[in-house]
Write a protein that binds this ligand. Structure first.
Ligand SMILES: Nc1nc2c(ncn2[C@@H]2O[C@H](COP(=O)(O)OP(=O)(O)O)[C@@H](O)[C@H]2O)c(=O)[nH]1
Ligand SMILES: [Mg+2]
Length: 333
């Protein structure tokens, strides 16, 4: 599944919707077939009511129909929907839009019937005016709901397209430890950036085939899984924690040389937080082995706490095969 909100169509804001319905009903000439003044008037007023009704009802029902049911979504998208919008209000708004469409349909039938029975063009015009009044008032009654839907759809459309059916490996580690370099080695093509509303850097998504496993998705999360969680606000925290529904496996990248600008202690502390929050397997990597004079100085501190790590140099492409094998073994489990 990709972003389930991609296909949702946002409604027009209520005032635009009313405008559009009026424009279509009154600025356009409706082809009427009547043979005398009374018949022509009747046909015209009925055509106006039908036009207003169709314009609005089809649009509202389309919005309701195209909106995915939040409860049925993959937990990643479900969680993010809850972070970005008020799902309860969303539900009520969809129900209100549906109610408005049905009510306008019903009321228009009543007025069409009354106009059909009339023989007086003045009465017909009066009935049509009465209808437009009811029409506007029904829409105004739900305008807050319709506008909320419009806003929500536009927000949710910005969620990234992530294939939730693929086995997914998430990269984590402090900035400059080598995650981007590693993901480039692991994926067959240049990784793509999927915008993520919670970070300007987006999610970096790469793919690669693994024998017996098939296509595997790699996700790097710059600005998210590279800083302590404790200091995040609620929204950031939720946005980060939603990632746990994607990854079957985390590759945590250490930089024992500390040339990344972060101490081994702080790298271990983020590692601990991620272990605690994400209950998935972790493959541990110690990167930048080419800087050997610094690499071995603190490696033992990492090994003491995190256990065996894969020593690699992403810069030189050394250890990449071993990392691939470790990932493969975990995904086969
Ligand atoms: N010496 C050395 N430098 C590396 C290695 N891997 C990455 N770097 C460098 O470290 C910096 C940060 O790498 P990057 O992949 O962008 O780290 P990220 O912030 O974790 O994505 C870049 O200048 C890389 O060239 C490595 O194995 N050895
Ligand atoms: Mg990076």
């Amino acid at each position: 599944m990709t972003n389930p909100y991609k296909e949702a169509s946002p409604p027009l804001r209520t005032d635009k919707l009313i405008d559009l319905a009026f424009r279509r009903a009154f600025k356009r000439k409706h082809s009427v077939k009547g043979s005398n003044i009374v018949e022509i008037a009747r046909e015209r007023e009925i055509a106006r009511i039908r036009s207003m009704t169709d314009t609005v009802v089809s649009r509202l029902l389309n919005v309701v129909k195209s909106f995915p049911t939040v409860d049925n979504l993959h937990p990643f998208y479900k969680e993010l929907a809850h972070v970005l919008v008020d799902v309860d209000k969303l539900r009520k708004s969809l129900a209100a839009a549906q109610w408005a469409a049905q009510t306008i349909s019903r009321v228009s039938k009543v007025y069409i019937r009354r106009i059909a029975r009339s023989d007086d063009p003045d009465v017909m015009a009066k009935l049509r005016k009465e209808f437009t009044g009811r029409f506007s008032s029904i829409l105004k009654q739900v305008s807050e709901n319709i506008d909320y839907l419009a806003g929500s759809v536009n927000t949710l459309k910005d969620l990234p397209d992530i294939d939730t059916n693929l086995p997914t490996v998430v990269l984590a580690g402090m900035p400059n430890t080598g995650k981007s370099t590693i993901i480039r080695h692991l994926s067959s093509a240049e990784p793509e950036i999927a915008p993520y509303p919670f970070t300007t850097k987006g999610l970096v998504v790469g793919h690669s085939e693994f024998p017996g496993v098939g296509k595997v998705q790699f996700i790097d999360t710059p600005g998210l899984l590279d800083r302590p969680l404790a200091k995040r606000n609620w929204i950031e925290r939720q946005a980060i924690l939603a990632l746990r529904y994607l990854g079957r496996l985390i590759v945590y990248v250490f930089d024992p040389t500390e040339t990344c600008g972060y101490t081994v202690e702080s790298q271990l502390s983020l590692y601990r937080e991620i272990l605690e929050e994400f209950e998935v397997s972790v493959v541990k990597v110690a990167n930048k082995s080419d800087i050997s004079e610094l690499f071995y100085k603190k490696l033992h501190k990492i090994v003491r706490e995190a256990g065996d790590v894969i020593e690699m140099s992403a810069e030189l492409g050394e250890g990449v095969d071993e990392l691939r094998r470790a990932i493969w073994r975990e995904l086969r489990k």
